[in-house]
Design a binder for this molecule. Structure first.
Ligand code: SIN
Length: 174
């Protein structure tokens, strides 16, 4: 049986809907998590795309998440799940006790659904207003922020957006 490591930094952290042999905290260098990818298949629609995560090349940054050891058969499921603009990239994953080769799904700026940077206020409003077949965009953000806190992973971009979205929903200012 051939197996490989997959690094998860977004919904793969809080919704691993695939069998895995083991999972460990992991990190990859020179990438930052950003809500820059449009979602018209999960957390939005064609006309009103939501915003989900991708990784942006970022010299000196470290993105922390979860690494899963899976059998090769699992890739077909992951390729389908991440089909809206994400592609597999080879990476070195730092596990607690060693570095292993693995893959990560990244949606780069050339894919059709890429939205790119915007003021946090704009991103927060878009997240508040979007929903799709997999549920609300707020649910994606909230579950991610909770999972990162549980794993003791710091991420200013995610936590600032989470705080802004909570504030907007509580004060009805979306
Ligand atoms: C990931 O979680 O690693 C990819 C992005 C996502 O599906 O949210």
């Amino acid at each position: 049986m051939q197996d490989l490591w997959v690094f998860g930094y977004g919904s793969l952290i809080w919704r691993p809907d695939f069998p895995f042999l083991e999972s460990k905290p992991g990190s990859i260098c020179h990438w930052s998590r950003r809500f820059w990818q449009g979602s018209n298949d999960h957390r939005g629609t064609e006309n009103h795309p939501g915003r989900v995560l991708t990784l942006i090349a970022s010299e000196g940054a470290r993105c922390c998440g979860l690494a899963y050891r899976v059998t090769k058969e699992v890739l077909a499921h992951l390729d389908h799940r991440e089909k809206n603009g994400y592609e597999r990239h080879n990476v070195s994953i730092q596990l607690p006790s060693k570095i292993v080769p693995g893959i990560v799904y990244i949606a780069d700026h050339q894919n059709a659904a890429f939205l790119g940077d915007a003021p946090l206020e704009v991103i927060a409003n878009q997240i508040c207003q979007s929903k799709g077949p997999s549920g609300s965009n707020v649910d994606y953000l909230t579950k991610l922020a909770t999972a990162l806190k549980d794993l003791r992973i710091e991420d200013d971009h995610v936590f600032q957006l989470d705080a802004m979205v909570r504030e907007k929903l509580e004060s009805n200012t979306v």
